[in-house]
Write a protein that binds this ligand. Structure first.
Ligand code: HPA
Ligand code: ZN
Length: 341
């Protein structure tokens, strides 16, 4: 067996959590076509191949334009159920044992699909997936940062009756020009409600946005965070605070955040003492689920078994599971790595 084969098998069997996954970004072209037909929605593509060919992005906005268009086929509760169940089946194949997934309520309410329809279908599938595959979950509701503070407050109000099922809030969509400070009051309100706080920061935006996310939003976890590495004081702060970064290697490549997979910051982050994790972001658009992301950097960065094991352990320690559950998962990661021949 080659070193790559051995590493691929190790990754496949390693227990892991996924902490950065937009459920709408797991909509595969095949399901997009099926739902378009089922719901009588027109999509501007003639075939699955044509859809895939359109997934050629030069930046975040290029992708977002297609991502918001793609979610237009999601109309009914069962559509959200099917979408989420398809992701969980795929995650199970990658031996993902716990997921903390995002959804974009405003991507649906803006086009007349209710908050309840979207969250209802997603949660029903998450419960069914836990039963079927033993995959535990947390659900994080994201605000679209290109929309207003007022719209975010309205979304928070709509979430009120679901708050016992929502773990936290996040911030996504077009980063540059929409700094975290725009949502400081919304995050303060979410914190008051006992919600966990995460935010995309430093994907395309400058290190200042990561500082703002930490200091003004007081986030519990940073999504992406690539550009934090440009600022030594920020790196020290992130490492000292034990902040988790949810890095998405194939997403970074597809959105031209990095120009080659060899430039993924994951190994460097580990070397700097940062709790980095590996995630798929929008796997249907970026070419792979979590194991594909692990495999891509394992060979490009020549990651050791110890580094891969650290990344899997980080995915649990950086999760919102209880301390006891984190410890139980990490013990399984360690036992697997120790016994692996
Ligand atoms: N960045 C910002 N917004 C997003 C992303 C992302 O990677 N995926 C879905 N919405
Ligand atoms: Zn993301």
């Amino acid at each position: 067996m080659t070193q790559t084969d051995t590493r691929t098998e190790f990754i496949a069997r390693l227990p892991k959590a996924e902490l950065h996954l937009h459920i709408e970004g797991s909509l595969e072209p095949e399901l997009m076509f099926e739902l378009a037909q089922r719901n009588g929605v027109n999509i501007p593509f003639a075939s699955v191949e044509e859809v895939r060919a359109a997934y050629d992005f030069s930046n975040l906005q290029d992708f977002l334009d297609i991502y918001y268009q793609g979610m237009g086929v999601l109309l009914k509760e069962e559509d959200f159920f099917d979408l989420t169940m398809a992701y969980l089946e795929r995650a199970n194949m990658d031996n993902v044992r716990h997921v903390e997934i995002f959804f974009d309520p405003q991507g649906h309410t803006e086009r007349g699909v209710s908050f309840d329809t979207a969250i209802g279908g997603i949660l029903r599938a998450l419960d069914a997936g836990e039963e079927r595959f033993g995959i535990t979950y947390r659900l994080i509701m994201c605000f679209l940062r290109h929309l207003s503070e007022e719209a975010a407050f309205e979304t928070l109000a709509e979430a009120e009756k679901w708050l016992d099922r929502i773990e936290g809030v996040g911030l996504d969509s077009s980063e540059v020009g929409h700094p975290p400070s725009k949502f400081a009051r919304v995050y303060a309100a979410a914190r008051e409600k006992g919600l966990k706080l995460v935010a995309h920061a430093g994907e395309e935006g400058p290190p200042e946005y990561v500082w703002e996310a930490l200091d003004l939003l007081k986030i519990d976890r940073i999504d992406h965070g690539n550009r934090a590495l440009e600022d030594g004081a920020l790196v020290e702060r992130i490492a000292a605070d034990g902040q988790t970064l949810t890095v998405c290697p194939l997403s970074n490549l597809k959105l031209c955040v990095i120009d080659r997979i060899e430039h993924s910051p994951v190994k460097r982050m580990l070397e700097l003492g940062i709790r980095a994790t590996v995630n798929s972001d929008d796997p249907a658009y970026f070419g792979g689920y979590v194991n594909a992301n692990f495999n891509a950097i394992a060979s490009a960065l020549d990651l050791s078994v110890a580094e891969l094991t650290q990344l899997a352990a980080n995915s649990f320690s950086g999760s919102f599971l209880s301390d006891a559950d984190k410890a139980a998962h990490i013990a399984k990661v360690s036992a697997f790595a120790r016994d692996y021949q």
